[in-house]
Design a protein around this ligand. Structure first.
Ligand code: DGP
Length: 115
C-alpha cells in the first residue's frame, strides 16, 4: 500500500470531490483552495516530479492538457480563463511528491505568478 496521499485518493482510500476521472487521470478539488476554482489534475501513474517524467510518460502529460481543456468546458470556466501551475521540488514548495497540475480560476488572478 502506498504512503502517497494522491495514490490514496486515486485508490479511493481517502475521499475527495472528484470532478473528472478516466483510466489515466483523476481530477479533484484542492482541499485548501487558493481561488474559487482550484482543481488538481493528477496522473494515476505515480510520477514524483516534473523531473521524473520519462519519454514514455509524455503521452500522459499531453493527455492531462486535453483533460484540463475538457474540465474547463465541463465546469464552465473556459470562457473566463484560468491558470495552470505545476510545482517542482524544494524552491517551488511542492508538498505532495506525485506530479499534479493546479487549475486555478473563478476570479481575476493576480498579475504576478510569484510573489
Ligand atoms: P503542491 O504544493 O503543489 O504539492 O500542492 C499540493 C496541494 O495538494 C495543496 O494545494 C493541497 C492539496 N492537498 C494535499 N492533501 C490533500 C488531500 O488530502 N485532499 C485534497 N483534495 N487535496 C490535498
Amino acid at each position: 500500500m502506498s504512503d502517497c496521499i494522491f495514490c490514496k485518493i486515486i485508490n479511493k482510500e481517502i475521499p475527495s470531490k472528484i470532478v473528472y476521472e478516466d483510466e489515466k487521470v483523476i481530477a479533484f478539488n484542492d482541499v485548501n483552495p487558493a481561488a474559487p476554482i482550484h482543481i488538481l489534475v493528477v496522473p494515476k501513474k505515480h510520477i514524483e516530479t516534473l523531473l521524473d517524467v520519462s519519454d514514455e510518460d509524455s503521452a500522459i502529460i499531453s493527455h492531462i492538457y486535453k483533460v484540463i481543456n475538457k474540465i474547463a468546458k465541463q465546469e464552465d470556466f473556459a470562457k473566463n480563463g484560468f491558470r495552470v501551475i505545476t510545482n517542482c521540488g524544494r524552491d517551488s514548495g511542492q508538498e505532495v511528491m506525485h506530479i499534479h497540475f493546479h487549475v486555478l480560476g473563478g476570479k481575476k488572478l493576480g498579475d504576478k505568478i510569484v510573489e
